[in-house]
Write a protein that binds this ligand. Structure first.
Ligand code: K7E
Ligand code: CUA
Length: 664
């Protein structure tokens, strides 16, 4: 808590405010409210905070915050300003409530798309969600998110809040830079986190000797900037029309898309241009020391439009199934440039007007703001300070930087409002700094100034403002995604929940409104979208296969069409599902049979979801109203198995049950 002001004056003012409120509402009872707040040991600020962030029963939130779930592998949809968790969306990790990864074909297909090597991975580390955009603003169609542990990306369809596609991006062992969408969602971008040996392929492996790893890292390892082309009809990633740009092994970090005047560019940080490999047990400096030796790392500027032209002109080579623009081609074609950036930066965030690019350095107390106009001018004039060891031109720091602002210790990530202010998270200081951009937002000595700061609890990573990385930010709410909560919540054991803090940006000073524990994962980044933009379905049209969002060939309209067909070793069932009955509800099979069940939820009532679960099997399907899904499993042990509906759907939900009788 911050300082409390003298109680009496404050309560008098508060009472005055409440009496105005009461008058406006045409009712009395202000004394009662004051007494209630006092009884609950709330200060006037607390009561004001409660009112500002409370969404009354039955009323709806104005925004949804989509937060990554870290190594829970999921995405969370949280309402704003209430901070109520509305849904955990299964992405990389199976999730039985939604029947994701427990037999339903659409989910098995999605997960299988991200299989690595010879193994289907059952987890991921979601970091950076990216909402699709049209004309530089969120359009509410799709959400993309990367798996930091692997080079994977997933697409969530926001018409039904389900993951529809997971893709293993070739040549990427890990990922971090992005996900961001271009302002038209022509591409979404993901770059490597830790560089991988050139040609890295998890299916066949790569031969690496320990001496090579330690001595020849700069020659053998590479990073990649990946531009994934998006199908504008269904949001799917089209790997055949995507491409990568080969990068030096500088350990590229976060990335962002150009927009407006910087449309066509992508920006990426790096934090280990020293190319340290670690190896304390080989007499080397530990990675964190080796990677922090130099005063500058490199901001990477990638011209994806030129890269697209080079690919169209046949100047890319297919490596592991994706077109790759080599480092030499990228240099020759004017696709890749570097600019010095202060030590070990983390976040890079393009301002709403697309002119400014803000970089925050973990080991530098300033944010450094680059200008696209200066960058393009410097490139045109070949105003280079030299080249790196790979031959990439390095722009002069002073030629491309528009301003620097001292914001505090450990700046990481920046978001924006609609008035030309940046909000930067300060990890070491546990605070959010508000500072001003330059012209046209702020002129003269008003530009590039720290204007406000608010403490957060504790160790903030990312932050998010409403529509805060679009060209049209809303400037009302900010959410701080804090790594530690320490003493903010009732102790639930040594592992504490992450603390998401809601901050009001509408006053002269930033004001903390609410703490929200997220007890189901470690959110990194989040994006906040107005619920006005989202158009999710209430029910599916009858027979819809969520995998294709079209009528399934296996759909049936009701129990009259239900049937069982048998052939060699296969029992195929067309089953209708409705309150409170499966039809058919008794299925005879022989030991060793493969059972294929096409389930059709033939309801059109919102929220009339049914489940289908089989004891002793990893089968648990969730069927929303109108949905048709197929599940397959082998019955290898004789006996009678009572399948049942897992959703408490009706008064006779418990009776919603059936039998599979397996004859031995
Ligand atoms: Cu800063 Cu992976 Cu975005 Cu975490 S990263 S905080
Ligand atoms: Cu259907 Cu319970």
């Amino acid at each position: 808590m911050t300082k409390r002001q003298p109680l009496r004056t404050h309560w008098t003012l508060f009472a005055l405010g409440l009496s105005l409120l009461a008058a406006a509402c045409g009712g009395g009872g202000q004394g009662e409210l004051v007494a209630l707040a006092a009884e609950r040991d709330m200060s006037p600020e607390d009561a004001a905070r409660a009112i500002k962030s409370f969404v009354p029963p039955g009323k709806l939130d104005d925004y949804i915050l989509f937060a990554s779930g870290g190594h829970s592998g999921q995405v969370f949809a949280v309402g704003l300003p209430s901070m109520r968790l509305l849904k955990s969306i299964a992405v990389f990790t199976p999730e039985s409530w939604q029947g994701y990864g427990y037999g339903a074909d659409w989910s098995e297909n999605a997960i299988a798309g991200g299989s690595i090597g010879n193994e289907t991975l059952k987890w991921g580390d979601t970091h950076h969600p990216a909402l699709s955009e049209t004309d530089g603003d969120y359009d509410g169609r799709w959400l993309y998110i990367n798996d930091r542990a692997n080079g994977r990306i997933a697409m969530i369809d926001l018409t039904d809040f389900r993951t529809k596609q997971v893709v293993q991006i070739p040549n990427l062992m890990t990922s971090h830079g992005g996900v961001f969408a271009t302002p038209d969602t022509r591409y979404v971008h993901v770059s490597s986190k830790v560089p991988a040996p050139k040609g890295w392929n998890p299916k066949v492996g790569t031969s690496v000797k320990i001496e090579d790893h330690l001595e020849h890292y700069p020659d053998l390892y590479r990073g990649y900037s990946t531009w994934l082309r998006i199908d504008q009809q269904n949001g799917r990633i089209l790997l055949d029309e995507s491409f990568q740009i080969e990068l030096p092994p500088y350990t590229q970090d976060l990335a962002d898309a150009g927009k407006g005047p910087s449309y066509g560019w992508g920006f990426m940080n790096s934090y280990n241009s020293e190319m340290a490999t670690g190896g304390v047990n080989y007499g080397r400096p530990p990675l964190e020391a080796g990677a922090s030796e130099k005063d500058f790392d490199f901001l990477h500027m990638v011209n994806w439009k030129k890269a697209e032209e080079a690919v169209a002109a046949g100047k890319a080579e297919v490596v592991n199934g994706i077109k790759v623009v080599s480092l030499d081609t990228a240099i020759a074609e004017g696709i890749l440039f570097l600019a010095p950036e202060p030590r070990s930066p983390h976040g890079v965030d393009v301002a709403p007007n697309g002119s400014y690019i803000t970089v925050a350095g973990k080991l530098d107390p300033r944010v450094t703001v680059y200008s696209i106009e200066k960058i393009e001018e410097a490139i045109a004039k070949q105003d280079f300070e030299g080249k790196d060891r790979y031959g990439i031109p390095i722009l002069k720091f002073d030629s491309v930087v528009a301003g620097q602002v001292e914001v505090g210790a450990g700046p990481l990530h920046t978001q924006y409002d609609h008035e030309g202010y940046g909000y930067t998270s300060l990890f070491l200081e546990s605070a959010v700094a508000k500072w001003s951009l330059g012209p046209p937002y702020h002129e003269g000595d008003k530009a590039f100034k720290l204007v406000d700061k608010i403490p957060v609890h504790y160790n903030i990573g990312h932050l998010a403002t409403a529509h805060g990385d679009t060209m049209k930010p809303h400037g009302n709410y900010l959410v701080a995604l804090n790594k530690w909560s320490i003493d903010r919540f009732t102790n639930v054991g040594p592992l504490h929940p992450q603390n998401l803090q809601l901050i009001d940006l509408t006053g002269e000073k930033m004001a903390l409104l609410r703490d929200a524990p997220i007890g189901v994962g470690e959110p990194h980044y989040a994006q906040i979208i107005s619920t006005k933009v989202l158009k999710p379905l209430r029910v599916y049209e009858l027979g819809t296969d969520p995998g294709i969002m079209a009528k399934s060939d296996s759909a049936i309209a009701g129990g009259a069409e239900s049937r069982i067909e048998r052939r060699d070793g296969v029992v195929e069932v067309w089953m209708s599902v409705i309150r409170s009955q499966f039809n058919p509800d008794v299925i005879a099979a022989k030991k060793g049979d493969k059972v294929i069940i096409h389930l059709s939820n033939v309801e059109q009532t919102p929220d009339a979801t049914h489940g289908f679960a089989v004891p002793t099997k990893n089968v648990n399907v969730s069927l929303d109203a109108g949905e048709t899904t197929t599940v397959e499993f082998v019955v290898d042990t004789p006996g009678s198995y009572s399948f049942y509906c897992t959703e408490f759907c009706s008064a006779l939900h418990l009776e919603m049950q059936g039998w599979i009788v397996v004859e031995g």
